[in-house]
Ligand binder design. Structure first.
Ligand code: BDR
Ligand code: CA
Length: 318
C-alpha cells in the first residue's frame, strides 16, 4: 500500500475544522496541528483543537499561532460556531498543552524536514502560513502542495463576494496565492452544499459511539445555525473537503486557473477573483490576461460519496 500523505493542518476549530482533524488523523499521516484566530480567538481555537484530540484519544502536537490578521483588526468572532467556537456538545478537557514552539516555526520546520512531501492544509485564515513565508521564502518550494479551504469561485458567505477565511485576512491570502507553491483551492462554491444532513447526524448519534455521538451533537448545533442563516439543509463540511482529496482524489473536479485576492474593493474586499474565462494565447491585447495559473480551483464535488466517506471514517473511532 502507498504511504499515507504527510499533512499539517493549520486551523481554527470550529465545527468543520474538528471533522477535518479527525478525518486526517485516521486517513493520513497527520504530523502537526497549528492554530490561528478565525472562528474564535486563537486561545479558544487552540483549546478546541486539544479537546478534539482528547475526545478521540489522539496524540498530535498542537502549536498555537497568530492571534490577529497581518494588516487589520481581527473581525468579530463568527456567530456560526457559537460562543466557544465549538458549541453544541461538552468536550473533554484537553489532556495535553500546546507545544512550546510557535505555529510559524512548526510550519517551517515540518516543511523543511519533509521537503517535497508535506501537504499543508490551510482551513482557517491564512495568517500563519503567510507569516511563515515572510520569514522563510523557501517554504514555497519545500511543500508538496498547499490545500486551501477558502475563497470561492462564485458566491461568498461573510459578504456576497467573500468567503470567511479569506475575508478574515485578505493580505495573508494574497501572499499565499502568490507564493508559487502548487495550490488546491476548495472554496465555498463547492463546500457550501457538501455537508452532513439530518440523516448523517442521526446515523452518527445512533452508533452509540462516543466520538461520533459527540460530533453528531456538535453538528446538530451547526446545522441549525446554517439553516437559520442561509436556509441550508446540510451542515457544510467546508474544511474536510480540502483534506478528502488525498484519500479520494476523484470526488472533486477542478479547473487550473488564476486566483487573485481583492484587497481594495468596497464591496468585494476578500473576494477570490478566479479567471473562469477561456482566454487563448495570442488573444487581443485589450482582453486582460490575469497571469499564469496559480491554483487548481474546485468546481464540483460528488457530495454523497464524499460525505459517506467522512461519516464512515468518524465511525471508526470508539
Ligand atoms: C470557513 O469559515 C469557517 O467558519 C469554517 O471553519 C471554514 O473554514 C468557511 O467559510
Ligand atoms: Ca475553519
Amino acid at each position: 500500500m502507498a504511504d499515507k500523505t504527510k499533512i499539517l493542518i493549520d486551523c481554527d476549530p470550529g465545527h468543520d475544522d474538528a471533522v477535518a482533524i479527525l478525518f486526517a488523523a485516521r486517513q493520513l499521516d497527520l504530523l502537526a496541528i497549528t492554530t490561528v484566530h478565525g472562528n474564535n480567538t486563537v486561545e479558544n481555537t487552540t483549546r478546541n483543537a486539544l479537546s478534539v484530540l482528547a475526545l478521540a484519544g489522539l496524540d498530535v502536537p498542537v502549536a498555537q499561532g497568530l492571534a490577529d490578521p497581518l494588516a487589520m483588526a481581527r473581525i468579530s468572532v463568527a456567530a456560526m460556531h457559537g460562543k466557544s467556537g465549538l458549541d453544541g456538545a461538552t468536550l473533554p478537557e484537553p489532556v495535553r498543552k500546546p507545544i512550546a514552539a510557535h505555529a510559524i516555526d512548526v510550519i517551517i520546520e515540518t516543511a523543511s524536514k519533509h521537503r517535497g512531501e508535506l501537504v499543508v492544509a490551510l482551513v482557517g485564515p491564512q495568517t500563519n502560513f503567510a507569516a511563515a513565508l515572510a520569514r522563510e521564502p523557501k517554504l514555497a518550494q519545500w511543500v508538496r502542495e498547499i490545500t486551501i479551504m477558502g475563497g470561492s469561485a462564485t458566491l461568498g458567505n461573510v459578504t456576497p463576494a467573500a468567503e470567511f477565511n479569506v475575508y478574515a485576512d485578505p493580505e495573508a491570502a494574497a501572499a499565499v496565492f502568490a507564493c508559487g507553491a502548487p495550490i488546491r483551492m476548495v472554496g465555498y462554491n463547492v463546500t457550501r452544499l457538501t455537508g452532513f444532513d439530518q440523516g448523517d447526524i442521526d446515523r452518527m448519534k445512533a452508533s452509540g459511539k462516543r466520538v461520533a455521538g459527540t460530533i453528531a451533537d456538535l453538528m446538530g448545533f451547526y446545522l441549525e445555525r446554517q439553516r437559520r442563516t442561509f436556509g441550508l439543509t446540510v451542515a457544510p463540511m467546508h474544511d474536510v473537503c480540502a483534506v478528502v482529496p488525498y484519500v479520494a482524489p476523484d470526488f472533486i473536479r477542478y479547473v487550473e486557473t488564476t486566483v487573485q485576492v481583492e484587497l481594495a474593493g468596497t464591496l468585494t474586499r476578500g473576494m477570490t477573483v478566479c479567471d473562469m474565462r477561456t482566454v487563448r494565447p495570442g488573444a487581443r491585447s485589450d482582453v486582460k490576461v490575469a497571469g499564469t495559473p496559480n491554483a487548481r480551483v474546485a468546481l464540483e464535488s460528488q457530495n454523497r460519496p464524499l460525505i459517506d466517506l467522512v461519516v464512515d471514517t468518524l465511525l471508526t473511532y470508539s
